[in-house]
Design a protein around this ligand. Structure first.
Ligand code: F0G
Length: 457
């Protein structure tokens, strides 16, 4: 059961089918453009959407808003230092600011960054510095149905090869994303982190953790990795941070706050460079784009997030929803992670070709039938068409992500999600595809405009 009870509630927007049809048409079938109060269950992201605890709110009330050297900063600094062990810690307003600052200070233009899988802003920030971002997911990740426990791992032999051929294309950093959000929310094993760290050390390349979901990764390590059953998520987290040369963190996930992030580093010179950029673009070193109350609430959130009772329930809730979804005959990326479930829309809607976006079709159907907002991770996100709209590249899988905000929805909300999927799965052939009628050249899935295609082909 949830290891907390509810003290403050927020009404859900209960809408009619007619209202949802009108809303979806108005936003050209792009759920990013819906007003949130047109959504009943919002599973668009687990980022910044968690519920604060009473202790976090109290910490926020006790915050110090001094411009420099606030009490809040020192309290926050002590918590983050103890968790990560890094001697140099800089606050940022969110994860992508940490990425931008660290990459500007660390990466050599023209070089390559290797990763188990870059998150999309991480990739964009690597490319903005004139570098190439290469993903090297382990081979097991390609089989969506297998229950291999660590599909978030990097492919160690591909990594070794890339590091050894660095004369042609120098490698500036290896970024390990825990858990692997782009790869189905799958965890990375400690063994894989250790071997990656060893390879990086041998080639003198820094290993950086993208630690947005470090606690969830640690929880799955304690459940799935031999030798870790008796360790606490906190101990596993500390070990993971210790293996790396530094981290970038979006605290909007496992900091359980609405805004916040940080950079942690071992290297004092690199930290000094980052600090200069931080002051110029985010804020002074003791607030980095955050209010004192944000720092205090993050400090408290970072303590709560590694609590075994919290993590056990989070995993249970995700498993509960996963079980119900499997039971209605909809496949998900296995095994279920914690922060999101990824629906296999391509398999549910085989009559919709990739360039009519089966993922989008399922996203729209979930909204129309249940007021549920989700995100496509398929050919709308990763595919390409030529100027005439003819398909050039489609995504390897057509997925839909149901992200699970922290401490927000209960099992009966998840029952509603499963019931909506059950209704869709009863007659999938009635679901139709979509075609693009407008898009922007960068990160198109945020601004795409679509219209329904009523007949296949
Ligand atoms: N790294 C990972 C693994 C992420 O999932 C995200 C954000 C970021 C970095 C960027 O952090 O949003 O604080 O700037 N992921 C969100 C999501 C947006 O919905 O998965 P940010």
């Amino acid at each position: 059961m949830e290891p907390y009870r509810i003290k403050v509630v927020e009404p859900l927007a209960i809408t009619t089918r007619a209202q949802r049809e009108e809303a979806l048409k108005r936003v050209a079938y792009n759920p990013f453009d819906l007003r949130a109060d047109e959504v009943t269950i919002d599973l668009l992201s687990d980022s910044g959407t968690g519920a604060l605890s009473a202790a976090q709110l109290a910490a926020g009330m006790n915050a110090d808003e001094s411009y420099a050297g606030s009490r809040s900063f020192y309290r926050w600094h002590a918590v983050v230092s103890e968790l990560t062990g890094y001697p140099h810690i800089l606050p940022t307003h969110q994860g992508r600011a940490a990425e931008r600052i660290l990459f500007a200070a660390l990466l050599e233009p023209g070089s390559t960054v290797l990763s188990n899988t870059h998150f999309d802003t991480t990739r964009a920030n690597v490319e903005l510095t004139g570098c190439q971002a290469r993903d090297l997911p382990c081979a097991e990740a390609a089989d969506l149905d297998s229950d291999y426990p660590f599909k978030g791992n990097i492919d160690l032999s591909a990594l070794q090869q890339a590091l050894e051929s660095a004369q042609e294309s120098p490698v500036s950093a290896v970024v390990m994303t825990i858990t692997n959000n782009g790869g189905g929310g799958q965890p990375v094993s400690m063994e894989n982190l250790r071997q990656t760290a060893e390879l990086c050390r041998r080639h003198n390349v820094p290993m950086i953790l993208d630690a947005a979901r470090f606690a969830e990764n640690a929880w799955l390590v304690t459940r799935r990795e031999p030798g870790y059953q008796d360790r606490t998520p906190r101990q596993v987290s500390e070990e993971a941070f210790g293996l790396a040369d530094g981290c970038i963190m979006s605290a909007k996930k496992d900091g359980i706050v609405h805004i916040g992030g940080f950079i942690g580093l071992k290297d004092p010179e690199l930290a000094e460079k980052c600090n200069g950029l931080l002051i110029a673009t985010e804020g002074f070193s003791t607030y980095g784009g955050l209010a004192g109350r944000d720092l205090d609430m993050m400090a408290q959130g970072l303590l709560e997030v590694t609590e075994p009772t919290y993590l056990a329930e989070r995993a249970e809730a995700a498993n509960y929803l996963a079980e119900r979804i499997r039971a209605v005959g909809v496949d998900i990326v296995e095994p279920a992670g914690l922060h999101a479930l990824y629906l296999n829309a391509g398999r549910l809607l085989p009559h919709i070709p990739p360039h009519q976006y089966p993922g989008t079709a399922l996203v729209c159907e979930l909204y129309l039938r249940g007021g549920i907002r989700s995100a496509e991770l398929g050919s709308l996100y990763l595919g390409e068409e030529d100027d005439q709209g003819n398909p050039v590249k489609s995504a390897p899988y057509e997925l839909v992500r149901l992200a699970l905000p922290r401490r927000v929805y209960t099992r009966s909300h998840y029952d509603h999600v499963a019931q909506t999927l059950a209704d869709i799965a009863k007659d999938p052939s009635s679901v139709h595809g979509y075609r693009i009628v407008g898009q922007s050249p960068i990160l198109r899935h945020f601004s795409i405009q679509l219209e329904p295609v009523k007949s296949a082909g």
